[in-house]
Design a protein around this ligand. Structure first.
Ligand code: NAP
Length: 565
């Protein structure tokens, strides 16, 4: 599959916004965008490829109904040099002095799709220095102005959803529609964060001393939330835009500066997203984006003395980071083995739909995917049949065609999934479909009669393969769920709400869904993992709180004073 081509419409003039330079505090709010006109070339077929030729082509603005349709073009042409995307520091797009780049492989074609800069340690040092200085200024910026800029960034992001979604399709094989949804949801998340921020950061507390034994009312304590400093954000490949803005928004509204290290697969989508913040006019140096392999610059970033907080989402890497990081607040959203417990009285059609949606959406590459089904033996046959029937309708193929099942992110990921499947086969699992793989594309598979001695019973495949364990009591299901080292989410299906609550309380997971598959979101809901699934809690309010500290000022009166009226 080659690069996607687009037909440009002929002969017409379309307008695109041209934004002013980044805004610096103390100056007036940026003026509304002025218009820049591009000529759209008649019926030209313009393709993006990782070649210098493509780099020339990208200079030509390609629009459809007034919007860019390609990554790296139009307002995004500043972020690429030749065929390598630049990194973002000090309010500018830069080439790394390393002279090296990192290739991003398209999971569908398995060929190099994009390149990003391999940033150096010196560049990280510089970014941290600038971020520290920028944060001091930003903390003096009124809250309403911070919110205003975030709203602006949200609008620009949504306006440019198509080229960003295109990157998600090519970098992480996200189905086209879901890719657009991720960008739009991210814009909504930023706006909500701005609104929530002005409310919760606009409030403080007043305490009086005479409530504690032995004290008169002679001390008034005023406490409010202050920023932490420089927040390091590291999102994973599967939601490189959404899980980046879920860190960027709270950090910025709370008065922090932000250094983003995007996942390698998904870095180009993230760079486009960062450019939307640039276009919104945030002060120079407040946001930076360092690219490079996590295995090469990750430790240097996470152990950097300039970092005051780490917000990380990903796999076991997070456990290693938490052991290495210094005495700074950590927000860790890690892996999961989300259990789905099905009782005999459940609505079996609802169960089947949720198993298919929960287990196979985005080919199972979701932290909150259903990763093990624990089902009462008496209804197991019926549910398995219903699930199989629904799975037969799933479309399998390239993300550009919006297929339900698309290639998994990498060959090593596909190999890992295949390893789990082979292990289950050797140990006697029942295959509800034949195992089929072409390159990184793995057909959806349901494994029945899985037993606890199989790896798939415990490990996170992060692919379209789902194990079913038949249980003879609810306690057995709860026991399996709690024996896992993960504890992200879980779900229980029953018509008996009293039982559901009891089971929810007994399951050692951060969130339990009753009668629905696990899910992250809506984005303002608290979201947290127990055990190896995480530290702290996300969700807009929790993230804002996590990225702040409490500061108190105590007024000491010379003599006690009591309000009388
Ligand atoms: P990953 O391999 O842990 O990578 C996550 C991020 O860490 C990437 O940006 C990666 O960069 C970076 N990284 C790698 N090595 C690093 C190091 N030594 N220091 C600092 N950063 C480093 O995870 P993934 O494969 O992208 O994502 C899949 C995992 O994420 C699954 O386990 C899934 O369950 C989990 N996840 C959890 C949540 C949640 O909210 N709980 C949400 C989504 C995903 P490179 O790409 O450059 O290596």
């Amino acid at each position: 599959m080659g690069a996607v081509s687009h037909l440009a419409l002929g002969g017409a003039w379309f307008s695109l916004p041209l934004y002013k330079e980044p805004w610096t505090p103390g100056l007036a709010t940026p003026a509304p965008p002025t218009k820049l006109f591009f000529v759209v070339r008649s019926t030209a077929v313009i393709a993006r490829a990782a070649s210098p030729k493509a780099a020339v082509v990208k200079k030509e603005a390609v629009t459809s109904a007034g919007r860019e349709v390609m990554a790296g073009t139009g307002v995004f042409s500043d972020i690429i040099d030749g065929d390598v995307y630049k990194y973002y520091a000090d309010g500018e797009w830069n080439k790394s002095s390393s002279g090296k780049s990192v290739s991003i492989v398209n999971p569908t074609t398995r060929k190099a799709q994009y390149k990003v800069q391999a940033c150096t340690q010196e560049e990280v040092n510089k970014v941290m220095e600038i971020a520290k200085a920028a944060q001091k200024q930003w903390a003096r910026t009124p809250l309403w102005k911070r919110a205003e800029l975030l709203h602006k960034a949200a609008a620009i992001l949504k306006q440019h959803k198509d080229p960003i979604a295109e990157c998600l399709v090519k970098e992480i094989a996200k189905p086209a529609k879901d890719a657009v949804t991720e960008v739009v949801r991210s814009g909504d998340l930023i706006s909500y964060t701005a609104e929530e921020g002005v409310r919760i950061l606009g409030e403080g507390k007043l305490l009086v001393s005479d409530s504690f034994p032995g004290n008169e009312r002679s001390k008034y304590c005023i406490s409010s939330k202050i920023p932490l400093g420089v927040v390091l954000a590291i999102p994973p490949f599967n939601y490189p835009v959404n899980l980046a803005v879920s860190k960027i928004g709270p950090a910025l509204i709370a008065g922090n500066s932000l250094v983003l290290k995007p996942p390698t697969q998904g870095a180009v989508a993230a760079l486009h997203m960062v450019h939307c913040f640039h276009l919104a006019g945030f002060p120079k140096g407040l946001i930076s984006c360092i690219t490079g392999k996590g295995s090469e610059i990750g430790d240097f970033l996470t152990m950097h003395p300039g970092v005051n907080c780490i917000s990380f989402t990903g796999g076991d890497t997070g456990i290693a980071i938490s052991k290495k990081a210094g005495m700074i607040p950590l927000q860790m959203e890690l892996g999961g083995k989300d259990a789905c417990i099905v009782l005999e009285d459940a609505d079996l059609d609802l169960v089947a739909s949720n198993i298919v949606k929960g287990g196979y959406s985005y080919s199972g590459q979701r932290c909150t995917a259903v990763k093990v089904v624990l089902i009462m033996e008496s209804v197991a046959d019926a549910v398995v049949e219903k699930v199989k029937a629904k799975m037969a309708k799933l479309t399998v193929g390239p993300p550009e065609q919006d297929c339900d099942i698309t290639p998994v992110v990498s060959e090593s990921s596909a190999n890992f999934i295949e390893g789990l499947v082979k292990d289950a086969k050797e140990k006697g699992a029942t295959f509800c479909q034949e195992f089929k793989r072409e390159g990184n594309l793995i057909w959806p598979l349901l494994l029945d009669h899985v037993r606890p001695d199989m790896r798939i019973a415990w490990e996170e495949p992060f692919g379209p393969v789902l194990p079913v364990i038949r249980i003879s009591s609810v306690e057995e299901g709860i026991h399996h769920c709690n024996a896992s080292n993960f504890g992200l989410q879980g779900c229980v299906f029953t018509r008996d709400i009293n039982k559901a609550i009891m089971i929810s309380d007994a399951m050692e997971s951060g969130t339990i869904q009753i009668n629905s598959a696990p899910a992250r979101g809506p984005d303002h809901f608290p979201f947290q993992g127990l055990k190896d699934s995480g530290i702290g809690s996300q969700g807009i309010t929790n993230s804002i709180n996590m990225m702040t500290k409490i500061k108190s000022t105590v007024i000491n009166l010379p003599s006690p004073s009591y309000t009388m009226g």
